[in-house]
Every structure is written in structure tokens, then in C-alpha cells.
Design a protein around this ligand. Structure first.
Ligand SMILES: Cc1cc2nc3c(=O)[nH]c(=O)nc-3n(C[C@H](O)[C@H](O)[C@H](O)COP(=O)(O)OP(=O)(O)OC[C@H]3O[C@@H](n4cnc5c(N)ncnc54)[C@H](O)[C@@H]3O)c2cc1C
Length: 593
């Protein structure tokens, strides 16, 4: 069986000791209540919900899956009740505006909540994850009427939000989409088209659905500059605000998937459905990005979530499973064999998982802190820098969180041997569930292209230089500490290597149009591993300052050392791969494949 206990101690360490989040957050307008005590209380409550309600139905809900019949979706047993508890606990609107019933808490806390929910039950977590994105988009771009009517119900979790972008011929390239919107003459539009792969498009857990649909107006320019965003409710509102007649927006079928089987994925047919414009005409893709930026960080958290459950489950199994003897002497003479945790390979898998998860969690918390600062800080220059940092780190958190989420789940399945492959232990579910996170919300390749093609290019590398200043700030504080030299020196080397390869890529792309795309995925990994070296240095700094828990500090030092010695060196291989350029990829003629 898989096992999950919310890693509250680790989370608090990152939040309070590494980043001093409460001081930073309570200094921001609107976050005076986000004290360390309040954040701790929120995390405690969330842990109870995750361990006691969401995790126990994770496996049964996967095995039962969602059922589609007569246009309706029935979710697996227990999901509706669990979702109700989640919604009634106010979790859907944790970061939403209190004016509409939200809790007004920082995104930083929401990240840790999302991580726990995803660890406990990835499928159930996706439903409110989409609603939160819808809330954000409407709060930013909706009319006052749209906000006052829809936001309270979404925030309360009574209504489900969805994002309807993908069409059968338009996935990564949304400029190809064909769904159209014709003005009805009364301020509403008639939306026609078919969307595929729509998460939570239809189900039995909420009274209404609020679909955000991308479509083209009659005068729309070609491509991605001609896309507008529309709000299309499942039930049209009556004049008195009650739910009126059924809109022409319906689920045609559901997908049969590899994993996340308790999260329904729908084909949605819009047959002249009534909708209303959200934001400006033809600016829908930019509007959707308000939602997608949040969702990309959220999906990154999903990868970290599953990795944490896989790691905890593998540790429990490795301490219990007896096979072979330790090479350096019998560890358990009272038993017929030693627990497999004595074997270096098993330790390697567990340590790799732990070293990456802890670094990722720290990077994700830092990125969310930047999101909060970018929203609230009084100084425009500070807001801009924070926005830059969040923007730079979003593709890295998404692609590394999910890519390593898959790798770690697989590595932890291997710890179970054949028993990992068998359904009853639950490890194969984790591997199946996490796989989609590398694909949706923009595939990890699209994230890498965003990093090398867009983020690095902004104003001659302003974002990258901004992050280097953050690292310089860390080094100015701890760079001369001899007791940290074994962590500082590899970080410095990695940053120099990253700077050099970034410059190489910029130069190479002046002559080779394929250079950036050829480098993108390996470069993103290299950046991620370097950023993790930085978060490890921050964690070592905080752990060595902690004088009350020597065991915790010693563990952090050991895992940090493992990271620097056994994981970070991968960047030299990635460096060489990036520098091989596009020729090895483009040399083979299409017909030769
Ligand atoms: C379970 C599930 C849930 C989903 N939920 C939603 C949802 O709620 N709402 C929604 O709108 N969509 C949703 N999606 C759709 C998802 O976002 C898309 O599947 C994803 O964006 C990729 O699009 P595609 O599948 O059409 O692949 P394609 O775009 O056809 O890509 C195929 C391959 O080509 C690569 N590729 C594409 N373009 C480039 C390029 N320029 N350079 C290099 N490589 C490239 C991709 O990385 C990928 O490996 C969901 C999908 C699934 C499977």
C-alpha cells in the first residue's frame, strides 16, 4: 500500500526558516493576517483533511473511475462527499478576494495546500485547481456583474470552473482553433464548436459549471491574435439570479485514460451555447494566461505531490522488505535477510527522490512568494522584479516538478520490485497518475520553449540577470563561510556554467534558427538543477542556523551533500548536449526516420 503523512515539518522549515515568509507576507498590504501561527493552523487543518478524507479514497476512486451515461458523469464512490468537505472548508477560495467570500490568503500558503492535496489524491485536487484558475481569470478580467454573480459560487465550491481551450486539431498551437462566437445583439454571444480533453467538464459534484471558452469572433484575425475568451455557464442565470434553463453546452463523451481516472476528462459540445465575452475581443489568449500562469505552477506542484507520496511509500517498503545481506556486514542477524534499505542502489533511489523533492519544494515556495510580492508590494520596482522571478521560474517549476515527478515515481516503483508493478500496492497508480502532468497545461517542451524563446529574451535577459542577483545576494551572505564551502563551491561552478551556456545559446541562435529549440529541454533541466543547488544552499544556511534540532540539521546536511555530489554533476553532461547544437537533430532527412 502507498502511505502519506503530510510533511508539515519540512513545509514549515521552508516557509519559516528558509524564507521567513510570515515577515515578508504580513508586510504586504492585505496580508496582515498571514502570520506564522495562522499559516501553521491552515497547514494543520489541510493535513487532517488530506490524511483523513482524501487519501483513503485515492485507490478505490482510481479503480472505480468516472462513468458517463445519458450526458451525465457520475464520479466514483466517496468523491462527492470528500469534495463537499473540501468546499465547505473554504479551500476552493483560499486565495480569493474576501469581498466575494474568499479567505484572501497568500499564494505561498496555497502552494503548500495544493501540494498536500495532490499527494493525497491527485484526481480530486484537479477539480478545485481548475475552479481556482477560473476565479483568478474572472477576478482579473470579468465585469462587475460577472464577478458578483459567479465569483461567490465558484469560491464556495458550489460551482465548477473549467478551461476550454483544446480542440482535436489545436493543442499546443491554439492559434488553429475554430470554435466560433457570433454576437446575439443583446450583449451575449452564440458559441459553436467542440472542445476535447476538458477536465471537470461535467460531473455530479457541483450544481453548475462555469466554462471559460476560447473562440473566434466573426472579424477575428487569423492565428493566436484572433482568439477571445467567453464565459459559458451550464445553466443560464434567471433575472433573479437563480439557475435557469440548460445552456447548449454539453458533455458528448468522456476519455478513457492511463491515469487520474477519478478526474473526469470530457469532450464538450457547444451548439450555439450562450456566452459572454470576458476581457477584450481578440485578447483571449492573453486573458487565459492569467489563469494559465497559476495553473502551470499548480501543475508543477502536482508533480512534487506525487513524488512525495511515492517517496514516503518507497521508504516504508524499503525498511520492511527483507532481501539479501548488506555488503558491509549483516545488519539484522535476527532476520533471514536485511531490509533492502541497506543496499546502495535502493538508498540512491530514495536519496535522489528526497534531494529533488526538497529542492523543488523550496523553489516552488520561493516562486509563489514572488507571485504574492508581485501582486501586493507597494513599490512598483519590487513588484516588477518579483513578477520577473515568478515568470522565469514558472516553466522550471512546471517542467522540473512534473518531469522529476514522473522519474521519482518510477524510481520509487522500482524499490518495490515486482510488487510495484502489481495494482494492490498502489505504486503503479502513482506512475500512471503523474504522467499527464508532463503533458497538460502546455507540454514540458512548450515550457522549455517558453523559457529559452520568451523568458530569456525579455529586454536582453532582464529576468535571468535578476535571478543571478538573487544568487549573488545569497553568496554575499554565506559565500565566505568555510563550513558551507562544500555547498557554495558547486553552486558557484554551476551558475558560471549556466551563464556561459546561456550566452552560447544566444550567440548560436543568431546563425541557427533551430538552436534554441534544440537546446530547450536540456537547458531547462540544467537551469532547474542549478536553481536547486541554490535552494539547497538556502536550506543549508537555514538548517545550520537552527540550534534546536541537531538531527534535522544533520539530515539536511547529508541530503544536501548527496545533491551536490551525485545529482548536480549531471549539468556537465547537459552542458555538452546543449552545446552540440541542432545539427545532430536535424541531419537525418525526414524520409530516413
Ligand atoms: C487528461 C487531460 C486533461 C486535459 N485537460 C485540459 C483542460 O482542462 N482544458 C484544455 O483546454 N485542455 C486540456 N488538456 C489538453 C492538453 O493541454 C493538451 O493535450 C496539451 O496542451 C498538448 O496538446 P496536444 O495533445 O494536442 O498535443 P500536440 O500539440 O499535438 O503536441 C504533440 C507533441 O508535439 C510537441 N510539440 C507541439 N508543438 C511543438 C513545437 N512548436 N515545438 C516542439 N514540440 C512541439 C508536443 O510537446 C508534444 O510532444 C488535457 C489533456 C489531457 C490528456
Amino acid at each position: 500500500m502507498t502511505t502519506y503523512t503530510a510533511p508539515l515539518k519540512e513545509m514549515r522549515f521552508v516557509l519559516h526558516d528558509v524564507f521567513g515568509a510570515a515577515d515578508k507576507l504580513t508586510a504586504l498590504p492585505g496580508f496582515a493576517d498571514a502570520t506564522a501561527d495562522l499559516m501553521d493552523a491552515v497547514l494543520d487543518e489541510c493535513a487532517k483533511l488530506c490524511e483523513g478524507v482524501l487519501f483513503p479514497i485515492n485507490q478505490s476512486a482510481d479503480q472505480e473511475g468516472c462513468i458517463f451515461k445519458d450526458g451525465k458523469v457520475t464520479t466514483p464512490k466517496g468523491l462527492k462527499e470528500a469534495y463537499k468537505q473540501y468546499a465547505e472548508g473554504g479551500w476552493c477560495g483560499l486565495t480569493a478576494d474576501p469581498e466575494y467570500g474568499g479567505q484572501g490568503l497568500p499564494e505561498t500558503v496555497d502552494y503548500l495546500v495544493s501540494e498536500m492535496v495532490g499527494s493525497a489524491n491527485l484526481s480530486i485536487g484537479l477539480y478545485p485547481g481548475l475552479t481556482q484558475g477560473t476565479i483568478l481569470a474572472l477576478a482579473a478580467l470579468g465585469t462587475p456583474e460577472q464577478k458578483s454573480y459567479y465569483l461567490p459560487k465558484l469560491i464556495g465550491g458550489e460551482w465548477q470552473g473549467t478551461m476550454c481551450l483544446t480542440e482535436s486539431h489545436a493543442g499546443s498551437d491554439l492559434g488553429l482553433l475554430r470554435t466560433n462566437a457570433v454576437p446575439n445583439g443583446d450583449g451575449s454571444y452564440s458559441i459553436t464548436g467542440t472542445k476535447i480533453f476538458i477536465s471537470a467538464g461535467e460531473h455530479d459534484m457541483t450544481d453548475n459549471h462555469v466554462h471559460l471558452v476560447l473562440a473566434r469572433l466573426p472579424d477575428a484575425p487569423e492565428g493566436s491574435r484572433g482568439i477571445s475568451m467567453f464565459l459559458v455557464p451550464k445553466f443560464l442565470p434567471n433575472a433573479d439570479g437563480s439557475l435557469g434553463k440548460r445552456n447548449a453546452a454539453a458533455c458528448g463523451s468522456i476519455e478513457h485514460k492511463m491515469g487520474m481516472k477519478a478526474s473526469v476528462t470530457c469532450v464538450m459540445n457547444f451548439d450555439g451555447a450562450t456566452g459572454w465575452l470576458v476581457g477584450q475581443p481578440h485578447k483571449g489568449l492573453a486573458g487565459m494566461f492569467v489563469m494559465m500562469n497559476k495553473e502551470r505552477l499548480f501543475v508543477g506542484s502536482q508533480g512534487i505531490s506525487v513524488a512525495e507520496t511515492a517517496y514516503q511509500s518507497a521508504v516504508a517498503y524499503a525498511k520492511d522488505r527483507l532481501q539479501g545481506r548488506a555488503a558491509d556486514g549483516v545488519a539484522r542477524p535476527d532476520k533471514p535477510a536485511d531490509p533492502i534499505i541497506v543496499h546502495p542502489d535502493i538508498r540512491n533511489r530514495l536519496l535522489f527522490s528526497r534531494a529533488i523533492i526538497e529542492a523543488e519544494r523550496a523553489l516552488a515556495v520561493w516562486a509563489h512568494l514572488q507571485v504574492d510580492i508581485s501582486h501586493k508590494h507597494a513599490d512598483a520596482a519590487v513588484r516588477q522584479h518579483a513578477e520577473d522571478m515568478a515568470g522565469l521560474m514558472t516553466p522550471i517549476v512546471k517542467a522540473c516538478g512534473t518531469g522529476y515527478g514522473s522519474e521519482i515515481s518510477n524510481a520509487c516503483l522500482q524499490v518495490f520490485g515486482g510488487h510495484g508493478y502489481i495494482r494492490e500496492h498502489g505504486m503503479e497508480q502513482l506512475v500512471r497518475d503523474v504522467r499527464i502532468t508532463e503533458i497538460y497545461e502546455g507540454t514540458n517542451t512548450i515550457q522549455a520553449l517558453d523559457l529559452v524563446g520568451r523568458k530569456l529574451g525579455i529586454e536582453g535577459g532582464r529576468l535571468f540577470k535578476g535571478w543571478l542577483k538573487e544568487v549573488d545576494g545569497t553568496l554575499a551572505r554565506v559565500g565566505s563561510r568555510n563550513d558551507m564551502a562544500e555547498f557554495i563551491s558547486p553552486l558557484k561552478d554551476a551558475v558560471e556554467r549556466l551563464k556561459a551556456v546561456t550566452q552560447w545559446m544566444v550567440d548560436e541562435s543568431k546563425n541557427d534558427p533551430n538552436a534554441r529549440a534544440a537546446a530547450a529541454n536540456d537547458y531547462l533541466r540544467m537551469f532547474g538543477l542549478t536553481a536547486f543547488a541554490w535552494t539547497w544552499v538556502l536550506m543549508i544556511e537555514a538548517a545550520t542556523a537552527k540550534k534546536d534540532d541537531s538531527e534535522f540539521t544533520a539530515t539536511k546536511l547529508a541530503v544536501g551533500r548527496y545533491y551536490m555530489q551525485r545529482v548536480l554533476p549531471q549539468i556537465s553532461g547537459l552542458d555538452a548536449v546543449v552545446r552540440s547544437g541542432s545539427k545532430p537533430l536535424m541531419a537525418l532527412a525526414e524520409g530516413a526516420f
